[in-house]
Design a protein around this ligand. Structure first.
Ligand code: SAH
Ligand code: SF4
Ligand code: F3S
Length: 444
């Protein structure tokens, strides 16, 4: 077993990256070794996503590629499909990819080492399928497995699952009901991360700002409370959190942005649409005005806060007028960065069954227009820093010799030429060159 090497490929969001990291921890603790590439691994784990249809198809094409590798090398590779798509489409996976040995839903990833041990002990055994929705149980076991990490910046899931029912979204079906981890567990994990050299923590949750964790004395803690607690950890240089829902933005979080020095002045606040009737059909729970009030509230406490967002174009029934409202909203906010997607009907969601679906061609046209606007806004935002200084936390070496790369307080990627010993440090950088997606600077 000591010579078994594993490779994990992650698809989708940051939460999957966190889960993959924890699976790697669990396997390392159980004596498995990592493989630098998929081709040389004995165990391949695909940690899948199902947010849009293209992501699903990518997993099937990777499974096909694995089959070819196995045939060519006549090597037995153990294949595990984990994550959101595993939860939703286990039957399709077994039908289309019979070479798969185990299927693990996202709340079952802590079982990975036991599952692989079982598969190794009995190669002829049936396929293992495990789909429990016990999120609390998962975190208890993951915590016991922690092996320590070395990066400068790490994710930390504090809340998982979702009690909202946005009509387009598959996540409530894959990750289950909302679950918040306890404050003491989160603080302990954060302290361990910092002790192992981590300098930036990004807190994760599907609705991270609806976090409601139990405390030592049974008091309920909000995200703002938790941020104030985390900010006391010695050696931690920066805190971020993602993804926030506009419905739960409140004064406490705005105050946290003014008072906590290490809390980055940037916020990902997905709007999805600017049209009130589409927002209602999406079941988002806010209007354009209410969304803009959140932006104003946060800017009144922290004027330089940089906003990013997600948008969906071509939601069923979206008219030209509705789409115009999305453009108007983006122009009012002036985003530092934003993602936009064509609506993708997900089987089993309410929006997939709506009868006024938008033709692909119109979706593509609208996407191009919105992406151009958002790209221009990003370039304009970045250009505004030419010649000025930013606080950069250096996270890794760059592609070129003696180049190091990091992120500014506004989440921009910044590179400088400097000694690699600066990785892990935060420094003032004067910006000398600006491209739309990255900045170049000099250490002050
Ligand atoms: N919990 C977060 C988002 C999770 S999914 C929130 O509430 O905002 C990440 C992004 O994927 C969403 O913000 C949305 O823009 C996009 N998305 C989700 N379902 C989609 C679908 N069916 N079609 C297209 N984009 C979708
Ligand atoms: Fe999906 Fe909406 Fe929940 Fe976000 S809030 S995960 S978009 S259902
Ligand atoms: Fe994808 Fe699941 Fe994340 S569907 S976006 S991996 S929560």
């Amino acid at each position: 077993m000591a010579f078994m090497r594993f490779f994990i490929k992650s698809y989708g969001c940051q939460m999957n990256l966190y889960d993959s990291r924890r699976m790697a921890d669990a396997l390392a603790c159980a004596g498995y070794e990592t493989s630098a590439d998929l081709e040389n691994a004995d165990v391949v784990i695909l940690n899948t996503c199902s947010i849009r249809d293209r992501v699903d198809e990518k997993v099937f094409s990777d499974l096909g590629r694995l089959r070819v590798i196995m045939e060519k090398s006549s090597k037995d590779i153990l294949i595990v499909v984990a994550g959101c798509m595993a939860q939703l489409r286990s039957k399709d996976i077994l039908r289309r990819a019979p070479q798969v040995n185990a299927i693990l839903g996202p709340q079952n990833i802590h079982k990975i080492a036991v599952v692989i041990d079982d598969l190794i002990k009995n190669r002829a055994m049936d396929i293992i399928v495990t789909m429990s929705m016990d999120t609390g149980g998962k975190f208890q076991s993951l915590f016991a497995n922690a092996c320590g990490r070395e990066s400068v910046s790490e994710y930390l899931t504090i809340q998982e699952g979702c009690n909202n029912c946005c009509t387009y979204c598959i996540v409530p079906f894959t990750r289950g009901r909302e679950f918040s981890r306890s404050v003491s567990d989160i603080l302990e994990e954060a302290r361990n991360l910092v002790a192992s050299g981590v300098r930036e923590i990004m807190l994760l949750g599907q609705n991270v700002n609806s976090y409601s964790g139990g405390n030592f004395d049974k008091q309920k803690f909000s995200l703002a409370h938790l941020l104030f607690e985390l900010a006391n950890i010695n050696g931690l240089k920066r805190l971020r959190y993602i993804t926030s829902h506009p419905k739960y933005v409140d004064q406490d979080i705005a105050r946290a942005h003014r008072e906590i020095e290490i809390l980055a002045p940037s916020l990902h606040l997905p709007a999805q649409s600017g049209s009130n009737s589409i927002l209602k059909e999406m079941n988002r729970g806010y209007t354009q005005d209410e969304y803009l009030r959140c932006i104003d509230l946060l800017r009144s406490y922290r004027p330089d806060i940089a906003f990013s967002s997600d948008f969906i174009v071509g939601f069923p029934g979206e008219t030209d007028w509705d789409f115009e409202q999305t453009l108007k909203l983006a122009k009012k906010v002036r985003y530092a960065q934003a993602y936009s997607f064509k609506f993708s009907p997900r089987p089993g969601t309410a929006a997939a069954q709506m009868d006024n679906q938008i033709p692909e061609k119109i979706k593509s046209e609208r996407l191009l227009i919105l992406q151009k606007l958002l790209n221009d806004q990003q370039t304009e935002f970045n250009k505004s820093f030419e010649g000025s200084q930013l606080n950069v936390l250096f996270t890794k070496e760059g592609k070129h010799k003696k180049q190091i790369v990091g992120r500014s307080e506004y989440s921009q990627s910044v590179s400088v030429y400097a000694n690699t010993t600066f990785v892990g440090d935060m420094a003032r950088v004067r910006i000398t060159e600006v491209a739309s997606h990255s900045l170049v600077g000099m250490l002050e």
